[in-house]
Design a protein around this ligand. Sequence first.
Ligand SMILES: [Zn+2]
Length: 495
Amino acid sequence: MPTTLIDQYYHKIQEMKLLTSVANLLEWDQQNQMPPKATKARADKLALINKLHHERMIDKEFARILNNVYEQRDTLSDIDRRSVEFTKRQYDKKAKLPTAFVEKFSRATSHGHTSWVEAKEKEDFSLFQKDLQTILDLSKQYADYIDNSKPVYDVLTDDYEEGITSRDLDGIFNTLVKELPPLLKQMKKKQKKNALEGRRFDKIKTRAYIEKLVEQIGFDFTRGTMGDVPHPFETSITEHDIRINMKYPPDDIGYSIMSGIHELGHGLYEQNVHEDYHQTDLRNGVSQGIHESQSRLLENIIGRSEAFWTYALPLLQEHLPDEMGHVTVDDIVHDLNLVEPSFIRTEADEVTYNIHILLRYQLETDLLNNKLKVRDLPEAWNAKMKELLDIEPEKPSLGVLQDAHWSMGAVGYFPTYTLGNLNGAQLWKRFEKDHPKWEKKIAQGDFSEYFNWFKENIWQHGSFYQPQELMKRVTGEETNPDYFVAYVKEKYTNN
Ligand SMILES: [Zn+2]
């Protein structure tokens, strides 16, 4: 047994990190390889692992060690102190949750995810309705356990983006709603036919191309893999096992590439946290809003630029000569930057994307405040989409059933996507100050300026700084929507 208090603390932390790692691996497998009939057994395994983790977190002996070491935090090194403070915040939340509740929530989301997949496949919301109701009820109960003096939404969002409140979010969305629709109207006149339409792309060749791209930009395949899933995501099993998971629809190579680069942005962040943090619980990206800034800026600001395609198109033509031989950089940049209201959030352009988030934010808030019943959700979704984007989905897979988040219990999560877009534009502005000639480098396939700057300023710090503290440290101010608005205005009105 370790003798010093801080060593005892890390010894306990290691065990919990291992359990989290096992749970992440089981979840990754559930989405990649697992046959559908294994669902029940998998739900049992995950519930057990989550229960064991929770028991260790609220264990009396751990509480004693943590509270003692927290008392002495001013005598610790910076890393140890931050780690202890970070864990104490988690502990103070977890300690309020009964173990039976944690197990129940885990089981509800395992079932919820399965029924969501089935409901989406069969285009039948009613198959998911009951599980969604359970997840929302449990989310409210969760917020009640954590802090019943705050609005439910604020408590839920705090788990993904520390310190952000619905008041902050209302302010941000008010700015965006004022600025984006007029820009959208202007853009609608500029549409041309999509040059990539009507083509089919071989999955194996597409995958091989994306693998090349991902490696060139900086993904380390000795410490990561690329999976194949119905809904792209990134997961960190351990610091040396980062998995980016993609999908390859044969009729939409733009989606395959852009979502691949998006997940790469998450993967690079996770792979490049400083090794001094590996043994601590600061070893992951700090929040969803900072994480998403890294994926969105790589996907949109770099990945949809002329500079990027000057490098990436010849490589694509090498992999898919028959399908892509005739395409020019202008064609592909034009296609990847079309602005048009669409049904699917993950395929939305930069201008309409945040409107998709606003829709979910408003519906989630109404559901949690009992202003909207779950059974009326599909109808409310369609009406909102008509109101905000002037389009109406014909089937649930294009509307209310398109995202996995609610089925996995991630209620209050969606606004972090918008925070990601805003943070991304704000950080990029700062990056451009240091590297005004970035386009020249990237056009040559040289990603070192990008990689080194973000590694130094964001990635290496893991969760050492809190999200708004990090934004302030790097850009001089907290999240400010003006940078994003200026970025889309400049990009889309000069096109
Ligand atoms: Zn993402």
